[in-house]
Ligand binder design. Structure first.
Ligand SMILES: *[C@@H]1O[C@H](CO)[C@@H](O)[C@H](O)[C@H]1NC(C)=O
Ligand SMILES: [Cu+2]
Length: 154
């Protein structure tokens, strides 16, 4: 049946697409990067993978973005250099592990809680020019076999 095949293909796509496409996260969604916003609540329930990107949106000069270590995150210690300040800073999550970001303007980190901590997870290798496409294994292979069989039989 055509609708059955469609469902199986849809299920396969749902399985395979997230492994291939990177996700772009707009930090704070419509609120952007600002004071008085709960970035830990924003991050809760989201899965960050290597290759995904964070976008920090804010008015130029009002805020900035500093990547810091855990100690500096807790203490709101602002680095002397290396701040991103374009107003639309895009950070690619290149390695797995915990990442910490704070605003370096005024007391935005200390008082305004303008700070974000996330954990980046290892992603399945994405297909690139020199790498093989991800192998289709397990029940995805079984589903593919089922689809092929249906086409051959019907
Ligand atoms: C964290 O960063 C601060 C400021 O950049 C630095 O002085 C400190 O040594 C770092 N701590 C660790 C544990 O790397
Ligand atoms: Cu700020």
């Amino acid at each position: 049946m055509a609708s059955g095949t469609g469902l199986i293909l849809l299920a396969m796509a749902a399985l395979l697409v997230p492994a291939i496409l990177a996700t772009e996260f707009i930090v704070g969604d419509g609120s952007g990067w600002t004071i008085g916003y709960d970035y830990q609540a924003w991050a809760t329930g989201k899965n960050f993978y290597v290759g995904d990107t964070l976008v920090f949106n804010y008015a130029v000069g009002v805020h900035n973005v500093n990547k810091v270590n855990q100690t500096a995150f807790q203490d709101c210690t602002i680095p002397l250099s290396g701040a991103l300040e374009s107003g639309k800073d895009v950070i690619t999550l290149a390695t797995p592990g915990k990442k910490w970001y704070i605003c370096g303007k005024g007391k935005h980190c200390e008082v305004g809680k303008q700070k974000l901590a996330i954990t980046v997870m290892d992603a399945a290798p994405a297909p690139g020019p020199s790498s093989a496409p991800p192998a289709i294994t397990g029940w995805a292979a079984a589903a593919l076999a089922a689809v092929l069989l249906k086409h051959l039989v019907v």
